[in-house]
Design a protein around this ligand. Sequence first.
Ligand code: PGA
Length: 249
Amino acid sequence: MRKNIVAGNWKMNNDLAQTETLITQLKGQTKTSNAEVMIAPSFTNLWHAFQSLRQDDIEVVAQNMHFAENGAYTGEVSASMLKSIGIQTVILGHSERRAYFNETDASLAKKVDAALTNDIRIIFCFGEELADRKAGNEEAVVESQIKNALFHLGAEAFKNIVLAYEPVWAIGTGETASPEQAQDMHAFIRKTLADTYGNEVADNMSILYGGSVKPANAKEIFGKPDVDGGLIGGAALKAEDFYAIVNAF
Ligand code: PGA
């Protein structure tokens, strides 16, 4: 059975002191849902966050990593470095990485391989831009993003992958895809998986929705049958809001 997951993507927010404060506030929240909870602080705070949450029910995950094992890649962090501090999951392919840091389907395919080789679970992000949706191309865009970065893998690999559909026009804009738009796309994604890998892979895949999820809309979005959780940006920076979303399941 696929899992429900709520992951907080902190992006480039929170220094060490702010990370400590938010973690303390998160520990004060009560979880009443069955969702797996994750937070993704920036690289400098991963070790501290990991140590602070060792005994807790919140997994600390990374926002990015490089595809090479090591070497002359100034400023980058490898999968084995993440692994060495206890990190077991990485977000890959976020639209901000694609837009501002030139990540492509091809470079993401290499990152996917590097993560899986190191036994790191992946939250793989993708989603269409507004112009794609206006032109009615959203399914074609999403299909190609998924296929180009993931469909060289064997079926087994998908046990270590979570998908996150994040329409670019809904990220940080306050504009959310309607629950129906999210459901339609998630069903399409699941069908795309089923067509190539069969129903077992498709039915077991957790597909998260991301893009302006808030306490006020989480219940309705998570209520859709093919929406298995959320990747939360802005609302993940407030412990109460984040847990209101976690508890929306
Ligand atoms: P948002 O970000 O919730 O602030 O829209 C979501 C994301 O980028 O993962």
